[in-house]
Design a binder for this molecule. Structure first.
Ligand code: HT7
Ligand code: ZN
Length: 875
């Protein structure tokens, strides 16, 4: 397949001033007529007009009203070339497409009885001939014609300017979007949908109609999404001074969707998972994800839509910035510390893993074959961390000024990462030259520190060394500008005043940002009468792997005393990791045992601390997950990690059972369900205690799990208990699964949970049960949520059973990928990522995974999505 390079970018040869689209939606075929007003750009060379079009069936083509003869244009599976065109002209085409057969879910497709679109990144070319690239921005007018009874709702971007009853059982609606936009933001929806309506008054007093469209039986599950939307709109006004710009904002929920949601101008289309929620059907995490995704898509209206990307290499320009904004918004709604811990956990578990493997790429990659493969945790989440570092470097006020400047200067344009950095630089009057390397250099930098206390001088010298391991195509790395937020504690746990040598005049603060820029550098802090305890990279101020020199006692001390909640949590994680990984290693067992006592004592004091935020307590009591632990080993010891972690869990349960029990009892819910942080925190603490108590594996603990399931009044508590019961021996798991299925039967999102719980089970029978589930009447291989729930969960969230030593987990994944590729290449490419760490396993597993990858790559016809990832993995 062809490789596309950032360095080859050239500006488009034509402007498209207006686009008029006319859709006739039909059960058998859909006819799309397009009228484009084109103008050659004065600076562009003369030559043919080449438009993108993916396997379209052309019925008619007119240039300035004149039908073109067959020798005046060329057609292939990917493009339409009109050989000679004037400087300015109108091109009309009519094509036929078949949305009902479109299982790839790109372009115009059907989800159940709903017609909907997904155009990002390159789906518009599956609808009509066009310049399918983000730097061609045009004004769209769209008319939709469809059967009135089956498709009463007809939606597109912008404002509805006309509706007609066509008298033949059909009706039409015409929509006009006043804002020029790239075609990836085009959307169309049509179906028999119900609508929840609300209103929002913007800061300047304009009235905006808010409409959420869902299948009618879901109308009672939209309140949370609507509430989140209004909060997001207000937050963007208050935080960034950004106001919504159309008179209507629509959201549509569909069951079949490749990603989370799509920010189409004025008409967002969502995976129903990120809209629909009631306490009985959705967990606290689901409620929070809905709030986050609703906000994310809304925030794109400025960071993405009003200012879009020049090309897809700049994807993080909109995605990293918008994830940063949604994380900031969410942290303003919930416990700030808990949100930061969750975000870092995703980054360190998934993005760091991506960085260590064959698919590692820069936040702004330099080449790709299939852009769908670059909607990654690196582009999104590491991209957000880069923006966060910029905020840390500039300070919050200058940062906001810089973002506003960027949006003002580039409003209505397609921008680059350089444009963004330039605006921030101008706002802050700062040099961001070295910082820019973060965008082009892949890999996770490692920062190690050594420190020396000089008693006679009452000074501390800290030496920082940064090193970034090689990644594919990038053997040598340059030093990065790394902001390190630092604090120090005295031996009593009190914060110390910081004073850098050479900055004697500087007013002492308890926290400061150090700007690390060299491979190795030493900083000296003065006026320290005793050796301090260091708290480094507070709030995870840079996306690095930190290699500290702390003893286990120091980690326990930080877990108890650090005023930075993130570093409290991180110290606990590092201590627990040390114990679990040492436990897997015979020679270090004794150290592990001492450390375990230290951890147990720390956990005891957390459980006894009534003043602690419950959500934070639940986080502090969490053991590092198996995927994260695997990343810390040279060669992954699949069973050792699982067993080591289970032993620590059991040890803590046995030693702290009374405390866990007491906190479990004290955290029972009172009153109605609420998603307020206090209630969410209480449930998470309660279910964390239950997780430990369950490890006791007694009659009593099993009864506690059963009671917890049966008395649950919300999905959070119910699924927590179900997961535990499914992992345990005994008949309870099967009984509760049966009950859960009966409750879930008519709700696809709850059914997904039923599949996922079984795919995640650590029981040895899991693989066999997944095979059975593949032929279950509720398994739908064409529905991405269902596939992700079963196959995605198994391969990405159940390392113990996926990596079973006989390789049968790998064979199962490969079979599913192969079957899925012709149906939905994007999903197949995503699932193949489950093999990406194959080189980090023992020889037997390595060979078994390699064999499956070779089996896939040797198939005669692979999609571009799948072939790119599998080939890279084998390189
Ligand atoms: N900007 C949206 C990306 C997206 C997407 C990309 C490829 C294929 C399908 C897709 N659905 C949505 C999502 C977002 O970040 O908001
Ligand atoms: Zn996005």
């Amino acid at each position: 397949a062809e490789t596309i390079y950032l360095k080859d970018y050239t500006a488009p040869a034509f402007w498209v001033d207006s686009v008029d689209l006319h859709f006739e939606l039909g059960e058998e075929q859909t006819r799309v007529a397009s009228r484009l007003a084109l103008r050659r750009r004065p600076d562009s060379p003369s030559g043919a007009l080449v438009l993108d079009g993916d396997k379209l069936e052309l019925e008619q083509i007119l240039l300035d009203g004149r039908p073109l003869a067959a020798n005046e244009y060329l057609l292939d599976d990917e493009s339409l070339t009109v050989l000679a065109v004037p400087e300015s002209f109108v091109l009309e085409t009519t094509v036929v497409i078949r949305p009902q057969d479109n299982t790839a879910l790109e372009g115009l497709y059907r989800s159940g009885n709903i017609f909907c679109t997904q155009c990002e990144a390159e789906g518009f070319r599956k609808i009509t001939y066009f310049f399918d690239r983000p730097d061609v921005m045009s004004r769209f007018t769209t008319t939709i014609v469809a059967d009135k009874q089956s498709y009463p709702v007809l939606l597109s971007n912008g404002n509805c300017i006309d509706r007609q009853d066509l008298g033949d059982g059909r009706h039409s609606a015409t929509w006009q979007d006043p804002f020029a936009k790239p075609c990836y933001l085009f959307a169309l929806v049509s179906g028999d949908l119900g609508c929840v309506e609300d209103r929002f008054t913007t800061c300047s007093g304009r009235e905006v109609a808010l409409e959420i469209y869902v299948e009618k039986h879901n109308l009672d599950k939209c309140a949370h999404a609507m509430h989140a939307l209004k909060k997001a709109m207000r937050w963007d006004e208050e935080t960034y001074g950004l106001e919504y710009d159309l008179d209507i904002y629509m959201i549509v929920a569909v069951d079949d969707f490749n990603m989370g949601a799509m920010e189409n101008k004025g008409l967002n289309i969502f995976n129903s998972k990120y809209v629909l929620a009631r306490p009985e059907t959705a967990t606290d995490a689901d409620f929070q994800a809905i709030e986050g995704v609703i906000a994310h898509e809304y925030f794109h209206n400025w960071t993405g839509n009003r200012v879009t990307c020049r090309d897809w290499f700049q994807l993080s320009l909109k995605e990293g910035l918008t994830v940063f904004r949604d994380q900031h918004f969410s942290s303003d709604q919930v416990s700030r510390a808990v949100k930061r811990i969750e975000d870092v956990c995703v980054l360190r578990t998934h993005q760091f893993a991506e960085d260590t493997g064959p698919l590692a790429h820069a936040v702004r990659p330099e080449h790709y074959q299939e852009i769908n493969n670059f909607y990654t945790v690196t582009v999104y989440n590491k991209g957000a961390e880069l923006v966060r570092m910029l905020q840390t470097i500039l300070g919050p006020d200058t940062f906001i000024r810089g973002v506003r400047r960027y949006l003002q200067h580039h409003d209505g344009q397609a921008a680059t990462v350089e444009d963004f950095l330039m605006a921030l630089r101008e706002a802050g009057n700062l040099d961001l030259q070295q910082f820019q390397r973060w965008y082009s250099q892949a890999g996770t930098p490692q920062v190690s520190i050594t420190s020396q206390y000089l008693a006679a001088e009452q000074a501390l010298e800290i030496t920082f060394e940064q090193f970034c391991p090689a990644t594919p195509g990038q053997a040598n790395k340059q030093p990065l500008h790394i902001p390190c937020k630092i604090g120090m504690l005295d031996t009593g746990g009190q914060p110390l005043t910081l004073q850098l040598s050479g900055d004697e005049a500087g007013t002492g603060t308890e926290e400061m940002v150090l700007h690390l820029r060299q491979d190795k550098e030493t900083l000296r802090f003065i006026n320290l009468p005793e050796p301090p305890v260091l708290s480094l990279f507070r709030q995870f101020s840079a996306p690095i792997r930190f290699v500290g020199e702390e003893s286990s006692q120091t980690l326990a001390f930080l877990l108890k005393h650090d005023s930075d909640s993130f570093n409290r949590w991180d110290a606990g994680q590092r201590l627990a990791e040390r114990i679990i990984l040492n436990g897997a290693n015979q020679s270090s067992r004794e150290t592990a045992a001492n450390d375990l006592d230290l951890l147990a004592a720390s956990f005891a004091s957390i459980l006894q601390d009534d003043s602690l935020d419950k959500g934070l307590a639940a986080k502090l009591l969490e053991l590092p997950n198996e995927l994260y632990l695997a990343l810390q080993m040279q060669e992954v010891d699949v069973e050792g990690i699982h067993t080591g972690r289970e032993q620590v869990r059991k040890h803590l349960a046995v030693n702290l059972r009374e405390l866990f029990r007491a906190v479990f009892n004290a955290s029972q819910s009172t009153g109605d369900y609420s998603v307020e942080p206090e209630a969410v925190g209480r449930r998470s603490l309660k279910n964390r205690c239950l997780w430990y108590l369950d490890a006791l594996d007694t009659e009593e603990s099993s009864q506690l799990v059963a009671d917890s399931y049966r008395s649950a009044t919300n999905m959070t508590d119910r699924i927590a208990a179900l997961m535990l019961s499914v992992d345990n021996s005994g008949a309870l798991g099967q009984e509760l699964l049966g009950d859960f299925y009966r409750r879930a039967e008519n709700d696809p999102l709850v059914l997904d949970k039923w599949f996922a719980v079984q795919a995640r089970s650590s029981k040895p029978e899991t693989l066999a049960s997944i095979k059975n589930l593949l032929s279950h009447s509720s398994y739908q291989p064409q529905n991405p949520n269902r596939v992700r729930a079963l196959i995605g969960t198994f391969s990405r969230a159940n390392p113990l059973r996926f990596h079973v030593s006989d390789g049968s987990g790998y064979a199962l994944l490969a079979e599913q990928i192969i079957a899925l590729d012709p149906v939905n290449p994007q999903l197949a490419g995503y699932l193949a990522g489950g093999f990406s760490a194959w080189r980090r396993y023992d020889e037997g597993r390595r060979k078994a995974m390699q064999q499956q990858l070779q089996r896939i790559v040797s198939l005669p016809k692979l999609s571009r999505d799948l072939s790119e990832v599998v080939t890279k993995m084998l390189e």
